[in-house]
Design a protein around this ligand. Structure first.
Ligand SMILES: [Zn+2]
Length: 377
């Protein structure tokens, strides 16, 4: 099954959801789809010309269209925004503030918050620039804004081009963006098995950022989840098993808080997330949150039969919604921090980077872990 880029709201995202639901049903799960609205957006063109130089401009996710010519004003801090006049101009946002993305306004701040960036964004919107150019810190420019409620056209440029743009402060630039947007839906696909009130949850997200095939992030995780669905078919468990395929992890989690609202995790004994496993040249990382030491040791013992695992820290994915609630939580990913902006979230995240045996091993390991929790329940 090859689907390609499948951001939340897109047709490809819907067909991925359908495929996953079908696979879960075949493995004997009762499947429900939890729907939410989210826009379907795509960029058709982004062209930035500064001082006669055309540069690669990645349209920031959800940006509206524009066709403008205006003066460039670099800004890197709240102080800049207070001191410089950017109304009707093209603000060039650079420096530390663009190292990581900005949180969209509709994201629930109970889970993460970045007060400084929120303040920067608020001031910027009040200043009404006609467009924004954000400067990436990565080898492949990654959109810095991903806010469906932000009404300022914007693009992200490579850090080298960003330097050139900043050096041309005061010059006139032209920016053309053509994008399309329509109202659409996304979904959590939830497969359940067993009638016990006590349950264990295993999850993975099936969406991608726009423009990336998302093989490692997170086709691999979904493959492991669906393999696990089949492996568990062969065993009896006391615990009910819930497999959740989230459809918007890479669009700032539109379905994650919704899942917890509709299915309060009062009887949830553990949550296990699989996101970004299977890289050929990397070890698989396992991260534990709120698990007793004895349990961690027991699980580490079992990993030896399923390839090489290293313990590490991995905080930002679908599991981040469970451990703050005091639920023992585990997460799997690949141990290579330098993947972001080289592979992760770029067009380079392709099937040839994956070792499918590692995906099978993680599915097998998670099956064992489910059995460990089952025996303890
Ligand atoms: Zn991911």
């Amino acid at each position: 099954m090859e689907i390609g880029p499948r951001p939340a709201g897109s047709l490809a995202n819907r067909s991925a959801a359908g495929y996953i639901a079908g696979e879960m049903e075949q493995a004997g799960y009762k499947v429900v789809s939890q729907e939410y609205s989210c826009p379907d957006w795509q960029a058709l063109c982004g062209e930035l010309t500064v001082a006669g130089k055309k540069m690669r401009a990645v349209v920031n996710t959800y940006s509206p269209s524009c066709d403008i010519e205006a003066e460039l004003v670099p800004v890197s801090s709240v102080e800049d925004l207070k001191g410089l006049k950017i109304t009707g101009k093209i603000a060039v946002v650079y420096g530390e503030i663009t190292r990581t993305g900005f949180m969209p306004k509709n994201f629930d701040r109970r889970y993460y918050a970045d007060v400084d960036k929120d303040w920067f964004m608020e001031l910027m919107e009040q200043s009404k620039p006609s467009a924004v150019v954000t400067v990436s810190h990565y080898d492949v420019p990654i959109p810095v804004f991903e806010d469906s409620e932000l009404n300022i056209p914007s693009v992200t440029v490579h850090r080298d081009d960003g330097m050139f743009v900043v050096e041309n402060a005061g010059a006139t630039a032209t920016l053309k963006i053509v994008s399309e947007r329509r109202e659409s839906n996304g979904s959590n696909v939830i497969g359940r098995r067993g009638n016990s009130a006590k349950k264990i949850l295993v999850c993975a997200h099936y969406d991608t950022k726009p423009g990336t095939p998302g093989a490692m992030d997170n086709g691999a995780g979904i493959s492991a989840l669906l393999l696990l669905a089949r492996y568990l078919k062969e065993v009896e468990t006391e615990l009910a098993i819930e497999l959740v395929a989230y459809g918007g992890e890479d669009s700032w989690f539109p379905g994650d808080a919704l899942y917890i609202e509709e299915y309060p995790p009062d009887n949830l004994v553990a949550a296990i997330n699989i996101d970004g496993i299977g890289m050929k040249d990397a070890k698989t990382m396992i991260a534990f949150f709120g698990c007793p030491e004895k349990l961690v040791n027991q699980i580490i013992d079992v990993t030896r039969d399923y390839g090489e695992y290293v313990q590490g820290s991995f905080v930002e994915s679908d599991h981040s919604f469970f451990w703050p609630l005091g639920i023992p939580t585990l997460a799997f990913t690949s141990m290579c921090m330098d993947l972001l902006g080289g592979v992760t979230h770029t067009e380079n995240d392709t099937m040839d980077l994956l070792d499918t045996r590692k995906i099978e091993q993680t599915a097998g390991l998670v099956r064992e872990i489910v059995m460990i929790f089952d025996k303890q329940s």
